[in-house]
Design a protein around this ligand. Structure first.
Ligand SMILES: Nc1ncnc2c1ncn2[C@@H]1O[C@H](COP(=O)(O)OP(=O)(O)O)[C@@H](O)[C@H]1O
Ligand SMILES: [Mg+2]
Length: 217
């Protein structure tokens, strides 16, 4: 697949596939096209050529409603810059995908509360996004992306503003979901520690994705 922004070729001739329960890490310099690739894989942006398939169906063959339902119910996305809803509390933000899927509010909040607890955010449940730190809101965004146990999680530098303890807690959530639910995880990261735990490692350079052979250590 390819993605062009006008004359800029952000993703070039990329072939990528990921099976159930696997975690892929993508590293690469700033501007190399990592976020653009995630947007294409998650159906946030349509590809300029080629196609993206999920469960044997091409995302390009879905209408807007089918695509948004797929993204809402089967995918989870952690954006590079958080993007919580400012008018909702931390727990409401984290529970949103369940709520949208029709779960009762109390039930949705209870499930969200468990993940928030594992990410060390229990005390912040009732706060608004404006009342928590950057690293805390990043963890809320992780909780929101995982709360509905999606088939695929796309995470754009989800540990970028976290200290190593919190980065580990986030990584454990991804690993647990992959192992227990068969969730596939695509993780853009600068953190070698995180990349090291992935099943497959890739490097992006000028829009081109290459497989990284891992040094054993
Ligand atoms: N909306 C946009 N319009 C035009 N060019 C863009 C847009 N978003 C990103 N780019 C360009 O596409 C390339 C890849 O960007 P990006 O995917 O954000 O890289 P990364 O996430 O690896 O830092 C860069 O050259 C960037 O300037
Ligand atoms: Mg990026």
């Amino acid at each position: 697949m390819d993605l062009l922004y006008g004359a800029t070729s952000a993703v070039r001739n990329v072939e990528f596939s990921l099976g159930r329960g696997r975690i892929a890490a993508i590293t690469g310099q700033s501007g190399s096209g990592k976020s653009s690739l995630l947007y294409c894989l998650a159906g946030v942006l349509p590809v300029s050529s080629g196609e993206v398939q999920f469960d044997g169906r091409s995302l390009g063959s879905l209408n807007d409603e089918e695509l948004s339902t797929l993204r809402r119910e089967r995918f989870g996305f952690v954006f590079q810059y958080g993007e919580l809803l400012p008018e909702l509390t931390v727990e409401e933000n984290a529970a949103l995908p369940l709520w949208l899927a029709g779960k009762r509010k109390a039930e949705a909040l209870a499930v969200a509360g468990e993940i928030l607890g594992r990410l060390g955010l229990s005390d912040l449940r009732k706060r608004r996004p404006s009342q928590v730190s950057g690293g805390q809101s990043q963890r809320v965004a992780v909780a929101r992306a995982l709360v509905h146990r999606p088939a695929v999680v796309f995470a754009d530098e989800p540990t970028g503003s976290l200290d190593s303890g919190n980065a580990t807690a986030v990584l454990e959530e991804f690993l647990n979901l992959a192992r227990s639910q068969g969730t596939a995880v695509v993780l853009v990261t600068h953190d070698n520690q995180v990349a090291h735990r992935a099943d497959d490692c890739y490097v992006m350079c000028d829009g081109v994705l290459t497989t990284q052979v891992r040094e054993t250590s």
